[in-house]
Design a protein around this ligand. Structure first.
Ligand code: SF4
Ligand code: SF4
Ligand code: SF4
Ligand code: FES
Length: 762
C-alpha cells in the first residue's frame, strides 16, 4: 500500500498518495485546473503556465503540473491573483494566434477556443502585426497551420515518447518558433497522434480538412477493425457517410487513450467507397458472369444449390469459413450454420495462424495493454508490434521509457524496438522455435544457441532477466512460432517456477481485430485449417460458404482451388480473389454499419457499434447467415438482434460466461474474457515435441541486416487500405510533392503509377 499524505485543497482536507502529481489530485477531487502542456504519462513540459496554484509557504504561484504532493501541503486553486495570472497567459498565447476560428477545422472542439471563453480577456491589447506563415502539408496525412501553435509541445513529445519517431520538432526562435519537420516532409508512420493531441488547429487531419464542422457529426464509440490491439475510437458520420475517425471524442482514459495508428484513424474511407459490392450477385452458370439480383432471389438460389450439394454428397462435403475480421456474433452464426444447418465439422476462419496450441496450454492469464505499460520485464519472441500492432508497440516503448521496464527481444530482424531493448538477441530467420526451447529448458540452451546463431551466454542473460524480475513479466510472441513452440511457450511460467512478487502474463500477437475471438468461439478447432480446406476443394470438399475472403497467403500456390468447387457462396465488402470465384456473392456490411463485439489480443471483449445505416443493400454478416439458414429450414432465433447472439455466446463459451452488452458499455473500464488456465498437462511431452521441431532447424544461414523502414507493413496496400488514396502515396514511398501548399493527392493525378494494385487481403 502506497504511503498516504494529508493535503488541503481550497480548505478541504484529503488523504492522497505521497508523490502524486498535484494537478491530477486537484482534478480528481473536483477542482478544475486549466492546462495546455500537461499531458498524463508524457514528460513534463511546464511551458504554458496555465495550471498555476498558490501553495502556502512557497513564494510565487506554482505550476501544479510540476508539483508532487507532500504531507501538510496547503493549496489554493482559485483566487483573484491566480485568475489574473491565467488571463494574462491566455492573452500572451493569443498575441500571435490568428482569430480565424470560423475557418479553422478545430473550431468547435478547440481547447484554446474553450480556454479563451473561460479565461480570456474580452479585448485584445496587442496591436502589433501578428506573425504569419502559409498553411501547408507536412505529409499526405498531416496539414499544418503554423501560426496557430501555442508551443505546448504535446505533439513533439507524443511523437517521441509514444511513437519513438521524433519526426517533428520546434524550430526557430522566440515568438517565431514553429513546429516543423526535419527536412520539410514527414517520413514517419503517419499515425496522426500529433494531430489528435494538438489542442489547437495547428496540426490538422489532411484527409478530412474543410469537409465538415465537428458539430455536424454524429459520434459513435466503436472498436477499430484493423489489428488485434482493438483500439477504441469515435466514428464521426454525417448523412450516412463516415467523415472521420478520432479518439478524442470519447472518454480518453480507457484502453488506448487518444492513441490510434494510421489505419484506425485514416483508413475509414473504404466504408463508403464506390467499389463496395452494392447488391447480391449470382452466377447462374459456371463460366458465366456475376449478375446483380434481389436478396430473395440470391438467397433462394444459394439455398437451392447448397441443398443439391448436401443431398448428393452430404453436409460434411461443405466447408464453412468465418473470419478474424468479423464480429464474434457473425462468426458464431457461421459456426451454428456449420454445425446445425449442414452438420459439417469442416469449419475454420481465414486466419494467418492459429492460437489454439497456445490457448490449450495457457499457463498464465492474458496481459491487457495496461498491464504491458506497467510490466517490469517484457519478452518479445518474433513479431513486429510497431508495424502490426502499433498500440502494443507504444505500450512497450512507454513501459521502457517511462516505466523503466526491461525489454528482451529475440528476433531475426533488427526491428525498431531494439533501440528500447535491454537485450536484443539477433537470431537466424526461422529459428524462433529455438528461442522458446532455450528459455524453457536451460539444458537445451547450447543446442538452441547453435540453431539461433548466437552465443549461449546471450540466452543465459535473457533467462536471468526473466528469473530475477520483480513485478509483471509479459511474454509476447508473433506468428513465427510453430504450433509446438506455442504450446510449449504457454508453459513458461511453470518452467520458471512460482516466486513471490513475480507474475507471468501472456500477450499473443495475432494479426487481426478478432483473432482471439474466432479462437474463443471454437471456430479454429474444426477438422481442417484453411489450407487443408483449400487442398480438399473438389474432392472431399464440394462446396464452401465463406464470410469474408481467404487471405492472399492461403491462395498462393492454390489459385485454382476455389474453381474446383461445385458451389461457392461468399459475403464480402469488395471483390477479392475469393468473390471472383463465387457463384453467389452477398453484400456484407462493414464494422461501421453493424453492432457486435471483437475480442482483442489482451482478451478484452469490446463493443462494435453501428455508426451509419448499411451501405447500399448490404447486411450484417450474421443476418445474412441467419437468412440463408432460414431458407434451408433452420431458424437461429436471433430475432434480428446482435445482443441475442451475444447472449448465446455468453452461455456457450465459458470464457465469456456472464457477459452482456450492458456490462461492456463503459470503455474506461474494459472487460476481459476469463480464459481458462491449463492445469498440469503433459509439459514434458510438449517440450519433447518442441525439441524435435528445433532439431530439424538448420545450423547455418545468413542473418537479416538492417532495420526495415517505418511503414513497411503499415502502408502495405490491402483490400481496405487500397481504397484510400493517401495509402497509395505512402506505399509508393511517400514522394515529396513539388509544392507543399496544395494537396499531395494531386500527385496521383499527374502520376497514376502512384496508385498501385492492391497487394494483399486486409
Ligand atoms: S504522424 Fe505520428 S509519427 Fe508522424 S509526426 Fe505525427 S506523431 Fe509523429
Ligand atoms: S502544433 Fe499543436 S501540439 Fe504542437 S506545440 Fe503547437 S499547439 Fe502544441
Ligand atoms: S493500433 Fe491496431 S487497433 Fe489501434 S488504431 Fe491501429 S490498427 Fe486499429
Ligand atoms: S500545464 Fe502546467 S505549465 Fe502547462
Amino acid at each position: 500500500m502506497a504511503d498516504l499524505v494529508k493535503v488541503t485543497i481550497n480548505a478541504q482536507q484529503f488523504e492522497v498518495e505521497k508523490g502524486a502529481r498535484l494537478i491530477d489530485v486537484c482534478r480528481e477531487k473536483g477542482f478544475a485546473i486549466p492546462s495546455f502542456c500537461y499531458y498524463a504519462d508524457l514528460a513534463l513540459q511546464a511551458s504554458c503556465r496555465m495550471c498555476l496554484v498558490r501553495i502556502e509557504k512557497m513564494p510565487k504561484l506554482q505550476t501544479s503540473c510540476t508539483i508532487t504532493c507532500t504531507d501538510g501541503m496547503v493549496v489554493t486553486t482559485q483566487s483573484e491573483e491566480i485568475e489574473k495570472a491565467q488571463r494574462g497567459m491566455v492573452e500572451f498565447l493569443l498575441a500571435n494566434h490568428p482569430l480565424d476560428c470560423p475557418v479553422c477545422d478545430r473550431g468547435g472542439e478547440c481547447e484554446l477556443q474553450e480556454m479563451v471563453f473561460d479565461w480570456g480577456q474580452l479585448e485584445e491589447r496587442f496591436t502589433e502585426r501578428k506573425n504569419y506563415y502559409p498553411e501547408k502539408y507536412l505529409s499526405p496525412i498531416v496539414a499544418n497551420d503554423p501560426q496557430r501553435c501555442i508551443l505546448c509541445k504535446r505533439c513533439t513529445r507524443v511523437c517521441d515518447e509514444w511513437m519513438g519517431e521524433d519526426a517533428i520538432e520546434a524550430g526557430g526562435r522566440g515568438s517565431h518558433t514553429v513546429i516543423g519537420t526535419y527536412g520539410g516532409w514527414l517520413n514517419c508512420s503517419q499515425c496522426g497522434n500529433c494531430i489528435e493531441v494538438c489542442p489547437t488547429g495547428t496540426l490538422l487531419d489532411a484527409t478530412y480538412r474543410h469537409q465538415t464542422r465537428p458539430w455536424e457529426l454524429s459520434r459513435t464509440t466503436s472498436t477499430c477493425t484493423f489489428c488485434s490491439d482493438g483500439c477504441q475510437l469515435s466514428v464521426g458520420a454525417r448523412a450516412g457517410e463516415v467523415m472521420r475517425v478520432v479518439a478524442r471524442d470519447r472518454y480518453v482514459n480507457g484502453h488506448n487513450g487518444e492513441f490510434l495508428c494510421i489505419k484506425g484513424r485514416f483508413a475509414h474511407p473504404f466504408v463508403n467507397h464506390e467499389e463496395r459490392i452494392g447488391t447480391p450477385l449470382v452466377r447462374y452458370q459456371k463460366g458465366g458472369r456475376l449478375i446483380p439480383t434481389t436478396w430473395d432471389e440470391a438467397v433462394q438460389f444459394a439455398s437451392r444449390r447448397m441443398r443439391e450439394v448436401t443431398d448428393a454428397h452430404g453436409g460434411r462435403s461443405v466447408g464453412v469459413v468465418g473470419s478474424p475480421r468479423l464480429t464474434n456474433e457473425s462468426n458464431w452464426a457461421m459456426l451454428r450454420f456449420a454445425r446445425e444447418v449442414l452438420g459439417t465439422d469442416k469449419y475454420t476462419a481465414a486466419e494467418a495462424f492459429s492460437l489454439a496450441p497456445f490457448f490449450e496450454n495457457l499457463g498464465a492469464p492474458l496481459a491487457t495493454h495496461r498491464d504491458i505499460r506497467h510490466a517490469r520485464v517484457i519478452l518479445l519472441v518474433g513479431g513486429e508490434p510497431e508495424e502490426l500492432q502499433p498500440l502494443t508497440g507504444r505500450q512497450i516503448r512507454q513501459a521502457v521509457r517511462n516505466g523503466g521496464a526491461k525489454l528482451v527481444i529475440f528476433n531475426s530482424v533488427p526491428i525498431r524496438l531494439k533501440e528500447q531493448a535491454a537485450q536484443f538477441v539477433h537470431i537466424r530467420p526461422g529459428s524462433e522455435d529455438a528461442a522458446a526451447l532455450a528459455l524453457l529448458s536451460p539444458g537445451d540452451a547450447e543446442t538452441a544457441a547453435r540453431k539461433l546463431g548466437v552465443e549461449a551466454d546471450e540466452i543465459g542473460r535473457a533467462s536471468q532477466l526473466l528469473s530475477e524480475a520483480e513485478g509483471d513479466v509479459v511474454v509476447m510472441f508473433g506468428g513465427e512460432l510453430s504450433a509446438e513452440a506455442q504450446a510449449a511457450l504457454a508453459g513458461l511460467p511453470a518452467a520458471f517456477g512460482e516466486r513471490e512478487g513475480r507474475r507471468f502474463l501472456f500477450h499473443p500477437l495475432p494479426l487481426f481485430n478478432n483473432s482471439v475471438g474466432v479462437h474463443d468461439l471454437g471456430l479454429m478447432s474444426g477438422a481442417l485449417n484453411p489450407l487443408e480446406l483449400l487442398d480438399a476443394a473438389g474432392s472431399e470438399v464440394r462446396a464452401m460458404y465463406v464470410a469474408g475472403s481467404f487471405l492472399p497467403a492461403h491462395l498462393e500456390g492454390r489459385e485454382d482451388a476455389l474453381s474446383k468447387l461445385d458451389f461457392l457462396v461468399v459475403q464480402e465488402l469488395f471483390h477479392t480473389a475469393t468473390t471472383r470465384a463465387a457463384d453467389v456473392v452477398f453484400p456484407a456490411a462493414s464494422f461501421a454499419e453493424v453492432d457486435g463485439t471483437f475480442t482483442n489480443s489482451g482478451g478484452l471483449v469490446q463493443r462494435v457499434r453501428q455508426s451509419i445505416p448499411p451501405v447500399h443493400q448490404s447486411k450484417p454478416d450474421w443476418a445474412i447467415t441467419s437468412q440463408l439458414a432460414s431458407a434451408l429450414g433452420t431458424d437461429f432465433g436471433f430475432q434480428m438482434s446482435s445482443s441475442n447472439i451475444f447472449l448465446e455466446i455468453a452461455s456457450g463459451v465459458p470464457a465469456y460466461a456472464g457477459l452482456r452488452y450492458p456490462l461492456l458499455k463503459d470503455e474506461s473500464n474494459p472487460v476481459q474474457a476469463r480464459h481458462a488456465l491449463a492445469r498440469g498437462g503433459d509439459a514434458a511431452g510438449r517440450l519433447d515435441a518442441l525439441r524435435r521441431a528445433v532439431g530439424e532447424l538448420a545450423e547455418a544461414g545468413e542473418k537479416v541486416a538492417g532495420t526495415p523502414p517505418v511503414g513497411h507493413e503499415l502502408f502495405r496496400l490491402g483490400t481496405l487500405t487500397d481504397k484510400v488514396p493517401q495509402f497509395h502515396l505512402l506505399a509508393a514511398g511517400n514522394p515529396e510533392p513539388r509544392s507543399v501548399l496544395i494537396s499531395p493527392l494531386y500527385q496521383i493525378t499527374v502520376d497514376p503509377g502512384l496508385r498501385r494494385e492492391a497487394a494483399a487481403g486486409d
